[in-house]
Design a protein around this ligand. Structure first.
Ligand code: SAH
Ligand code: SF4
Ligand code: F3S
Length: 437
């Protein structure tokens, strides 16, 4: 087996796990190819967060196994990620020709599994989780040359009642801070300018003390790494947004003014049944402190509509909250029933049509707010990190410190550097501007 292709579903953590599987396989002498039909090993890195993600994976798996059977070629198919963890061997009952199944904390086993499966022909399964996974430094073949994802913790202890992640990614484990600082130094040495720290709940990083630092301390250390210009992180849980973190935002020049702070719902009653561990009053108070400390803060959030027991008046509190918070952008989802989660047993599941209607209303309320928040940038000068060429129009594209996309005409030589841009236009998804002299 010499060539491989990875198809990734799901969150940034999965994207980064795919980069690490690539890194591991390249270290073993395999080479990545651009399409599945050119590969001898096809890896599907799966997501189980909502039913739709699961359906997408099974239809892709069906398509690939049919393609392989028609071609008659010897191709191994591996299922990795969250559905692999959730279903394990049960995937074989549905699709018997799958060759490998491996969970998110077992990715270091992939090269060995490929070797064994090609010699024995039998299915290889690893979902028990490597207990040293969080202290191992795996190589990563990163697709970007300027921005890098860096995992700082794995798993989640929060058990929000709708969510499968704690069951699939295991307990919260923080990587040792010295390893993270070392990785970021190496990235800086290889020319990376921006790092995004990844975890399900990054602001509880270091809980328990074994990692050596708490999250604001880790940020302070990373702020000192020369060569790195920008530091971002996802995702933050409102309950763990401390005053110390707000101060770090204010005081550390490399920590960018953008925060994804999922609120999920506008009603205290629903937040309670979701097990989110904060009230709207507490959330509001934290956002106020954050905006007082950092007035340019770009704030985004996640919203769930149609959670069990969500009455019309509860839902209206979500709409009201959007009007009050004026998020720069939101990600909104219909509640989706997930296996093994506590919310399955709650009373008052909501019909699909009602969920759809509520989701439409959420977007209707948010749309003008997003535009208004983008319009605020017009006439200002923003620092952008130039990332490359935009898909259409051949302009340069980059992001502001607040993480908004900016398209601007300019020379290719600027790619990878910081530039000052005067913002002249704003749309729903991006800003336009001109380079300042
Ligand atoms: N750890 C992060 C991200 C979790 S997954 C956090 O706590 O915010 C990303 C988003 O998916 C969640 O914020 C939530 O809005 C949504 N989500 C998770 N489970 C869901 C479900 N069962 N149905 C609908 N949306 C869900
Ligand atoms: Fe899921 Fe909640 Fe953990 Fe986020 S904090 S991963 S929503 S359980
Ligand atoms: Fe999906 Fe697993 Fe991420 S369920 S959202 S890939 S943690």
């Amino acid at each position: 087996m010499k060539s491989f292709h990875i198809i990734t579903f799901g969150c940034q953590m999965n994207e980064h796990d795919s980069e690490r599987m690539s890194g591991l396989l390249e270290q073993e002498g395999l080479c990545a190819v651009d399409t599945p039909d050119a590969a001898e090993v096809i890896i599907l890195n799966t997501c189980s967060i909502r039913e739709k993600a699961e359906q997408k994976f099974y239809s892709e798996l069906g398509r690939l196994t049919r393609m392989r059977d028609l071609s008659g070629k010897k191709v191994a198919i591996a299922v990795a990620g969250c559905i692999a963890q959730q279903e394990g061997r049960k995937i074989l009952a549905r699709v018997p020709s799958v060759d490998m199944i491996l969970g998110p904390s077992d990715i270091a086993r992939l090269p060995g599994m490929i070797k064994r499966s090609s010699s024995t022909g039998g299915p290889e399964i690893a979902t028990e989780g490597d207990s040293d996974y969080h202290v191992s430094s795996l190589p990563a073949a990163r697709s970007d040359r300027i921005k890098a994802w860096v995992s700082i913790m794995y798993g989640c202890d929060n058990f929000c009642t709708y969510c499968v992640v704690p069951y699939l990614r295991g307990r919260e484990r923080s990587r040792p801070s010295a390893d993270i600082v070392q990785e970021v130094r190496e990235l800086a040495g290889r020319g990376y300018r921006e790092v995004t720290l990844l975890g399900q709940n990054v602001n509880s990083y270091g809980k328990g003390g074994a990692a050596g630092d708490c999250f604001p301390d880790l940020l302070r250390k990373l702020n000192d790494v020369s060569g790195i210009e920008r530091i971002r992180f996802v995702t933050s849980h409102p309950k763990d947004l401390s005053d110390d973190l707000i101060q770090a935002f204010r005081d550390l020049p490399k920590v960018c003014e953008s925060m994804h702070l999922p609120v999920q719902h506008g009603s205290d009653k629903v937040l309670m049944t979701m097990n989110r561990k904060y009230t709207i009053a507490e959330y509001r108070d934290k956002v106020r402190k954050l905006r007082d400390a950092v007035p340019d803060m770009v704030l985004t959030t996640d919203i769930i509509v149609g959670f069990p027991g969500e009455h019309e008046e509860d839902f209206e509190q979500t709409l009201h909250l959007l009007g009050e918070m004026r998020y720069d952008n939101i990600f909104a989802f219909k509640y989706s029933q997930r296996p093994g989660t506590a919310a399955l047993k709650l009373a008052g599941h909501i019909p699909e049509a009602v969920k759809e209607d509520r989701l439409d209303k959420v977007f209707e309320v948010q749309k003008p707010i997003t535009l208004e928040r983008n319009n605020r940038h017009k006439g200002t000068v923003q620092e952008i990190l130039v990332e490359g060429k935009s898909k259409r129009g051949g302009k340069l594209t980059g992001r502001t410190r607040g993480n908004k996309i900016v398209n601007v005409a300019g020379p290719d030589s600027l790619v990878g550097s910081l530039a000052k841009v005067r913002i002249t236009s704003a749309g729903p998804n991006s800003l336009g501007g001109e380079l300042c002299e």
